[in-house]
Design a protein around this ligand. Structure first.
Ligand SMILES: [Fe+2]
Length: 287
């Protein structure tokens, strides 16, 4: 099951559509990518001030992360940086936004809301992740958090690792589906000199900062891109097998990421990585 590929999407230019069905009108949805078999969607929802939606259920499971503004779900306030996961069929709400909000949403099938007071029969409530204030979560070493396997070897220890300067906060690690949703931060000046690719989907929303990616290509090199630069509110959707790197950042980069399995990274060297990274550090404006 593969995501439609998006190498460097400026979300402000993404296609919009009105989110309707049983949802109260007024929300503008932007499509980041779709999962080609399940119809799962990665969306940004722009919720207008004063929006009100009745209690209901969604046919899809929803990862919700508030990028800006505030929404109220039941009696719980979700401000910038708040996260929850609502399994398909679970009743939630009413949902109200006094100020308006921008919400990043990952679904596992098409988003279809239906007003309902009751959770649907057979809903697996064990998967529910209640309101999470992600600011309060500790940053941890990704090797101890979301990594299943990495072929990168730390030259100092000779052990499997990741290039230093990355920390993660897993928000959802689903033992059933194996999906991972996590915040990931790259430190200012971080460099990953090689390319990596994954046997799973890897999708990243850049919440803040900048990120340079020297090469992006499929294994047949049919779609080959060089020197992509991402800024705040850019998005990447990668199906399995897309090579990407070298990677670096001047100001640092804070991403919300979605993996369709625990992280497996397969690393390859890039001969001219120093030139590529050096050119980015020299060309982009720092501070
Ligand atoms: Fe990756």
């Amino acid at each position: 099951m593969a995501m439609q590929r998006q190498d460097c999407l400026d979300v402000s230019r993404a296609e919009t559509f009105p989110l309707n069905g049983g949802t109260a009108p007024g929300v503008i949805a932007r499509t980041l990518t779709v999962e080609l078999k399940t119809g799962g969607q990665h969306l940004v929802l722009e919720v207008p001030a004063g929006w009100h939606c009745p209690r209901g259920c969604n046919a899809a499971s929803l990862d919700l992360y508030v990028l800006e503004g505030q929404v109220q779900i039941d009696d719980q306030s979700f401000a910038t940086g708040a996260y929850t996961y609502i399994p398909a069929g679970m009743a939630y709400g009413p949902v109200v936004s006094a100020t308006g909000a921008k919400v990043l949403v990952f679904t596992d099938r098409p988003y279809v809301f239906e007003a309902s007071a009751e959770t649907r029969a057979g809903t697996n409530l064990d998967r529910y992740v209640p309101h999470t204030d992600t600011w309060k979560r500790p940053w941890v070493d990704p090797m101890k958090d979301i990594v299943k396997k990495s072929t990168w070897v730390d030259p100092r220890t000779g052990k499997e690792a990741r290039p230093p300067g990355v920390l993660t906060k897993a928000l959802r690690k689903d033992d059933g589906t194996k999906e991972v949703v996590a915040l990931t931060v790259l430190s200012p000046g971080f460099v990953d000199p090689g390319t990596e690719h994954h046997p799973h989907n890897e999708c990243l929303y850049l919440i803040a900062g900048d990120c340079y990616i020297g090469l992006t290509y499929d294994h047949k090199r049919e779609d080959f891109k060089e020197n992509l630069v991402l800024h705040k509110d850019f998005y990447i959707g990668r199906p399995p097998g897309i090579r990407h790197g070298p990677v670096c950042t001047q100001n640092g980069a804070l991403f919300l990421i979605y993996l369709s399995d625990y992280y497996t990274g397969i690393y390859s060297d890039v001969d001219d990585w120093e030139t590529r990274v050096g050119n980015y550090f020299a060309s982009e404006r720092y501070r």
